[in-house]
Design a protein around this ligand. Structure first.
Ligand code: F6R
Length: 243
């Protein structure tokens, strides 16, 4: 695992966008793992800028979402597929249908995990997986105590996660979905390059546990210690508890 400490999220975005640009030059049909949340936004903005100003092209690339709520209708603003559409897809040149999330498959939620894994396998696996980290060390919707060998599956959202996310649903807990689909920790380990970003003091403990703590399902992001090519890009605040 390599750890890169940068002054600002924008510096991280430049670095990570460099990795995307190098990959897409080498492999125009690259397979990208896409995270939602606030953390990857500077990266997506920088990718959009490079597309606009420098011709960085995603025309042959494919994208697989990291996770999705279950039960939100297509086009719902809090659907992660919708988030990726508005924050990235609309600003670059992915081909229609090139991005898929675990909630987009025409199968029952319980069958969506294995079907999604198969789609990823058929695409040749994920070349570059971008990740955020939760303050409790969660990775995708793999909350503390998730199995380190988990694969894409249906999960019940914990009361804490539903409570935390209620702010995106006008504070109304009843509108927060009860279930989600998420890539598993072993799915994430299969990516060829995993890049985890963390910004701000609120992430400092989780980053320390992920990078320096013992490998433990208590801190799911520590699974990246097993990844053959993991890069952690953090700002100084998020790095403040590292030795
Ligand atoms: C995103 C995801 C989550 C977030 C994490 C951090 O697809 O699965 O694990 O990466 O909750 O969220 P932010 O980036 O909003 O701090």
């Amino acid at each position: 695992m390599e750890v890169v400490v940068v002054p600002t999220p924008e510096d991280a975005a430049t670095l990570v966008a460099d990795a995307y640009a190098a990959l897409l030059r080498r492999t125009p049909a690259a397979v990208l793992g896409l995270a939602t949340g606030s953390t990857p936004l500077p990266v997506y903005r920088e990718l959009a800028r490079r597309h606009r100003d420098e011709g960085l092209s995603f025309a042959r690339a494919r994208g697989f979402l990291l996770d999705e709520y279950v039960g939100l209708p297509t086009g719902h603003p809090e659907r992660y597929r919708e988030f990726i559409r508005t924050e990235l897809e609309q600003h670059v040149d992915f081909a229609p249908g090139a991005i898929v999330g675990p909630g987009d498959l025409d199968v029952a939620p319980l069958e969506a995990g294995p079907a999604y894994e198969q789609l990823i396998r058929e695409a040749g696996g994920i070349d570059l997986q971008i990740l955020g980290i939760g303050t409790d060390g969660h990775l995708a919707f793999n909350m503390p105590m998730s199995s380190l060998s988990s694969r894409t599956r249906l999960k019940t959202l914990t009361p804490r996660t539903r409570h935390d996310n209620a702010r995106f649903f006008d504070g109304d807990l009843d509108r927060v979905p009860t279930h989600c689909l998420t890539q598993g920790l072993a799915t994430i380990l299969d990516s060829r390059h995993a890049v985890m970003l963390g910004f701000g003091r609120g992430k400092a403990q989780a980053v320390r546990e992920a990078v320096e703590g013992p490998l433990s399902s208590r801190w799911p992001a520590s699974v990246l210690q097993l990844h053959p090519h993991a890069t952690v890009v953090v700002d100084e605040d998020a790095a403040s508890q590292l030795a």
